[in-house]
Write a protein that binds this ligand. Structure first.
Ligand SMILES: *Cc1c(COP(=O)(O)O)cnc(C)c1O
Length: 386
């Protein structure tokens, strides 16, 4: 089956008990264990809940690319109360004294949890520029246990070569983690390139409607699955059944949303390139993008997030204040277009010198393109820029 079909036919299209074409929301904390003579599937909803379980099985099928299929059926999915809960829980399988190599352009919250909480608990971090895979090889130490990648990166859409980096990780016996939020399994499946754990903020494209905070993790093997499950159950950063249901509902329309939003993003990126007040556009769907070729080899589309720089600071601020069709907000991947201002939002906590080094300037705006007619967005953006 192709991914578009798999989004709908993934083992949970009908409820086996009622025949309902929607997974029932089981709003229960505890389950009857009868006379205790035989083990029950569900005993307590932190440990497992039938609605959440359906979402966990669906994301395993999607990231695995098929039912059990190519990856041998050991792929396991886990749902969490947020993307950061999924990421923190995946990192929770490591121990004090372990060293982790991470991309320097990782999502700000991931960087923060590694640099504060996990640092206090003894995890060592090296942040490197993973657009050059050799930086990973050079950072490996005797206590290195993991590599944590994200591609495309936020907010400059830099591309990391998954196969090259994951091969280095495998050769060195490291566990690899890939944040696949920007692409979703519809466009990119890191397990196919050798990743061990894939993490998601399901708050973004998977949920897709700016109405739920949720996270997911997928492990390549049952053994890693058991380790992540121990943290999921032990830390308990689990979602409620309604949130799991909202993400499943979002997943059903992922193909049409992503296809339309990506086509609009492509059109907007091209148009922004021709605008006299725009100095630079960052979008992996543009052939001029430095990572375009690598991206095209590992993903089936460029997604719906792009960023651009205006010529002057006041033009960026005016754009944010004057657009009528976009909200100035954090987050991405919803049906409505969102413009964000990284230096004041996602990267506000980063020291200015470090921002400057990475090219995150006060003229930079990130866009997550929604389902509005792209011609209306063009007219609105032109007006706002001028
Ligand atoms: C938003 C985001 C996260 C964090 O997810 P939350 O659901 O906000 O906790 C992690 N990684 C990426 C790439 C994100 O965009």
């Amino acid at each position: 089956m192709k991914m578009g079909t798999l989004l709908l036919h993934n083992g949970h299209e009908t409820d086996p008990q009622s025949g309902a074409l929607s997974v029932p929301v089981i709003q229960a904390s505890t389950f009857d264990q009868g006379d205790l003579s035989s083990p029950v599937e569900f005993d307590y909803s932190r440990s497992g809940n039938p609605t959440r379980r359906a979402l966990e099985e669906i994301i395993a099928v999607l990231e695995g690319g098929a039912f059990g299929g190519a990856l041998g059926g050991g792929v396991k999915g886990f749902a969490f109360g947020s993307g950061i809960a999924a990421i923190s829980s995946a990192l929770g399988i490591f121990a004090a004294g372990d060293h982790i190599i991470a991309g320097e352009a990782l999502y700000g919250g991931s960087y923060r949890i590694l640099n504060t909480f996990y640092k206090r608990w003894g995890l060592e971090l090296s942040a490197v520029d993973t657009t050059d895979p050799d930086t990973i090889r050079r950072a490996i130490k005797p206590n290195t246990k993991a590599v944590f990648l994200e591609t495309p990166s936020n907010p400059l859409l830099k591309i990391t070569d998954l196969k090259a980096c994951l091969d280095i990780a495998k050769e060195a016996g490291l566990i690899s983690i890939v944040d696949n939020t920007f692409m979703t399994p519809y466009l990119q499946r890191p397990l196919e390139f050798g990743a061990d754990i894939v993490v998601h903020s399901a708050t973004k494209f998977l949920g897709g409607h700016s109405d739920v905070i949720s996270g997911l993790a997928v492990t390549r093997t049952e053994e890693l699955g058991r380790r992540v499950y121990a943290v999921q159950n032990g830390f308990g950063a689990v979602p409620g059944p309604w949130d799991a249901w909202l993400v499943m509902r979002g997943i059903k329309t992922l193909k049409v949303r992503m296809d339309a939003q990506e086509a609009a993003a492509q059109k907007l990126a091209r148009w922004l390139q021709t605008h006299p007040l725009v100095s630079q556009v960052f979008y992996p769907g543009l052939p001029e993008h430095p990572g375009a070729e690598t991206h095209a080899a590992q993903a089936s589309g460029a997604g719906a997030v792009l960023s651009f720089k205006t010529r002057k600071t006041e033009q960026a601020l005016r754009f944010l204040g004057k657009t009528e069709l976009t909200a100035s907000a954090v987050s991405l991947g919803g049906v409505e277009t969102i413009a964000s201002y990284p230096i004041r939002m996602s990267h506000a906590a980063m020291p200015p010198a470090e921002r400057e080094r990475l090219g995150i300037t006060d003229t930079l705006i990130r866009l997550s393109i929604g389902l509005e007619d792209p011609d209306d967005l063009i007219a609105d953006f032109d007006n706002a820029l001028r």
